[in-house]
Design a protein around this ligand. Structure first.
Ligand code: 2P0
Length: 365
C-alpha cells in the first residue's frame, strides 16, 4: 500500500532528473539504471541569505527561505549497495560506522523505499573531503549525495525537485545542494512540504565567484544546527523579526545575482550572516559560534573591501569564515586570512555544480 507521499512523488517523477543533467562528471554518466548499486557526488553549499529556524520539525520545513552558492572543492561521495540479506541499513562515513546521524539516514531511506515499493536495506558508504560537523555544510552535501545515490540504486527516477524535497527532510541546507551555482530554497507554504524545495537561480558559469575559507577549528561544533535553531525559535525575543525580515533580504540577493551586482550581494550577505549570529547570540542560553579568530577575519575582510578588494564574508554555525570574492582577488584574500593568528588552514573553492548520480563501478574524475 503506497503512502500519500509515495503516490505524489511517483506522479511527478518524470521531470528532468539527476541522471540527465550536465555537470563536471557528466562524461561519466550512464543513462542506464543499474538498480541495486549506485554512487553520487554532491557539493557543499554556503548560504548568502541564511536559513535558521523551522516551521515544522518532523518534515524539516524551514521558517525562512535562503539563497546559497555551491562550492566545487568541498564534496561528499556516496556509494550504496542494496542487499536483501540485511536486516537494517548500515552507514559508514569516512571509513567509520556512523552512529551520529544514522537515524536520519535510515529515516530518509525508508521514505525512498516506500516510493519505490522496496523493502531491501542498503549499505551506504560516504566520504567527505573536508571536516564533518564543523560548520562547513557536511550535512548539505551528505544528504544531497545520499538521495541522489538512493534514487539511482532503488531505480526511482525522481525529478530534481523531488530529490530536493527529500534531501531537505535529511537536512534543510541539503535541499540546496541538489542544484549547482546560485540556488534559492523556498520556505513553501504547504503542510506536506512539496513546495519547500530549492530552485536554481543562476549557473556557476554565469557569475564565477571564488570562495576562500579560513579554518580555525576542525572539531565538531558544540551545539548542532538543528538544536541551535530550535533553541533560538523558542527563546530569542528577536525570532519573529528575523522571520519577517527574510523576504526583503531574499529579494535583495535575488536582484543582486540577476544583475551581477557584487556590492549589493556583499551588503545583503554580510547583513544576513551578522543577523543570524546576532539572533543566535540572543537565544537563551546564547549560542556563540564565533571564536576570536572568526572576529579577526571579519575585520580583515572589511578592511580589504575598504581598500577596494572585491570580497565579503559569511559565517555559518561554526567558527570558519567564508570569504566570497572576485576570482582575481582570491590570492590577496587568501594571503590576508592566512596571516590572521589562529587560522590553521585555508581552503579555496570555485562555484560547484549540482549533485550527480552515476552507476557503481564508474570512476570519479
Ligand atoms: C544555512 N545553516 O543557511 C544555515 C546558516 C547554518 C547557518 O543550514 O536542522 O544542517 O539539518 O535542517 O541544514 C545548517 O543547518 O540544519 C544551516 P537542519 P542544517 O546554511
Amino acid at each position: 500500500m503506497l503512502t500519500d507521499e509515495a503516490k505524489r512523488m511517483r506522479t511527478t517523477r518524470n521531470d528532468r532528473t539527476s541522471h540527465e543533467r550536465a555537470g563536471p562528471v557528466a562524461n561519466l554518466m550512464n543513462t542506464q539504471y543499474s538498480p541495486g548499486r549506485a554512487q553520487a557526488i554532491a557539493y557543499a553549499n554556503v548560504a548568502l541569505v541564511k536559513y535558521w529556524g523551522k516551521r515544522d520539525a518532523d518534515l524539516n520545513l524551514p521558517d525562512v527561505g535562503s539563497i546559497s552558492i555551491a562550492l566545487d572543492a568541498l564534496w561528499t561521495r556516496t556509494r550504496m549497495e542494496l542487499d536483501p540479506a540485511l536486516e537494517r541499513d548500515s552507514f559508514e562515513l569516512d571509513g567509520q560506522i556512523e552512529a551520529h546521524g544514522s537515524g536520519r539516514v535510515t529515516a530518509l531511506l525508508t521514505r525512498m523505499r516506500a516510493i519505490g515499493g522496496s523493502e531491501i536495506r542498503s549499505r551506504v558508504f560516504s566520504q567527505n573531503n573536508f571536516p564533518t560537523g564543523a560548520g562547513l555544510a557536511s550535512s548539505a552535501s551528505g544528504f544531497a549525495a545520499l538521495v541522489t545515490a538512493a534514487d539511482r540504486a532503488y531505480g526511482l527516477g525522481l525529478s530534481l525537485s523531488r530529490l530536493s524535497e527529500l534531501a531537505r527532510i535529511g537536512s534543510g541546507s541539503a535541499a540546496r545542494s541538489i542544484f549547482g551555482g546560485y540556488v534559492e530554497m523556498h520556505r513553501g507554504e504547504l503542510p506536506d512540504g512539496s513546495d519547500s524545495v530549492a530552485v536554481p537561480l543562476a549557473a556557476a558559469a554565469d557569475w564565477p565567484l571564488a570562495v576562500v575559507i579560513a579554518i580555525s577549528e576542525r572539531g565538531r561544533k558544540s551545539v548542532g544546527s538543528t538544536e541551535g535553531m530550535q533553541r533560538t525559535a523558542q527563546t530569542s525575543p528577536f525570532y519573529s523579526a528575523w522571520v519577517n525580515n527574510q523576504p526583503d533580504d531574499l529579494a535583495l540577493a535575488r536582484t543582486a545575482i540577476a544583475t551581477r551586482d557584487f556590492d549589493a550581494l556583499a551588503h545583503v550577505s554580510e547583513a544576513s550572516a551578522l543577523a543570524l549570529h546576532g539572533l543566535a547570540m540572543s537565544a537563551r542560553p546564547g549560542l556563540l559560534y564565533f571564536n576570536a579568530t572568526t572576529m579577526e577575519c571579519l575585520h580583515r575582510i572589511r578592511h580589504l573591501r575598504g581598500r577596494g578588494v572585491a570580497v565579503f564574508f559569511t559565517v555559518d554555525a561554526g567558527p570558519q569564515v567564508k570569504a566570497i570574492c572576485a576570482p582575481e582577488a582570491a590570492d590577496t584574500v587568501a594571503a590576508a586570512l592566512k596571516d590572521v593568528p589562529g587560522v590553521t588552514e585555508i581552503l579555496r573553492a570555485g562555484l560547484g555544480g549540482g549533485a550527480v548520480g552515476m552507476d557503481d563501478g564508474q570512476t570519479w574524475t
